[in-house]
Write a protein that binds this ligand. Sequence first.
Ligand code: ZN
Length: 172
Amino acid sequence: MKNGSQNLALQINSDIKMLRLIFEHLPLSILSGFIGVWISGDIVCVAFALVTGWAIDIDHTADFGFYMYRIRRESRVAYSTHLPQDWVDCLKTGKYFQGNGKVLVPFHSWEITFFLMLGAFSSDGSTWVWTSAMISHICHLLQDHKTYATPLINYSFVYRAFKGFSYEELCK
Ligand SMILES: [Zn+2]
C-alpha cells in the first residue's frame, strides 16, 4: 500500500512538472506580445512572442531524442540503469539530462536573445515584433534561471559548448 501511494505521489509530481513546463511561460509570453501590440498595433507581435517565450521548450526533445538514440545504439549493461520504465515518465521528469550527462537545449541560449536584438535594431517596419520576441525570450530564460536555480551564464550556448555540454559541470 505504501508503495502504491509513493508511486501515486511520484506520478502526481511528474504530472505537475510536465504541466509547469507547458504553462509556466505562457502568461509572460502573452504579456510581452501584447506590449508589442499596444505600442505598434501589430498583432504578429503575439505570435512571435509565443514562439520565442513559450514554444522554445520544444528543444527539450533534442535532449530526449539524443537519450533515446543512445539507448538504442548502446543497449548495454552500462546504460541499463538509465533505461526509462516509461518514456512518457522520462519526458515528464527530465531524467534524460542525467541519463545523457549532457545539457543541450539549444533554444535556451542568450545568443538567440542577441540575434533577436540585432533584428530589432536592423528592422525597418517590424521593430516591435522583434523587440517583444526578445523580451519574451529574456523572460523565459530568467524564469528558468529562477525556477531551476541555474547560473545565468549556463544559458549561453557558447559557454555550454565550452563545458562540453556536461550535465555534471553545468548542474553541480
Ligand atoms: Zn525553458
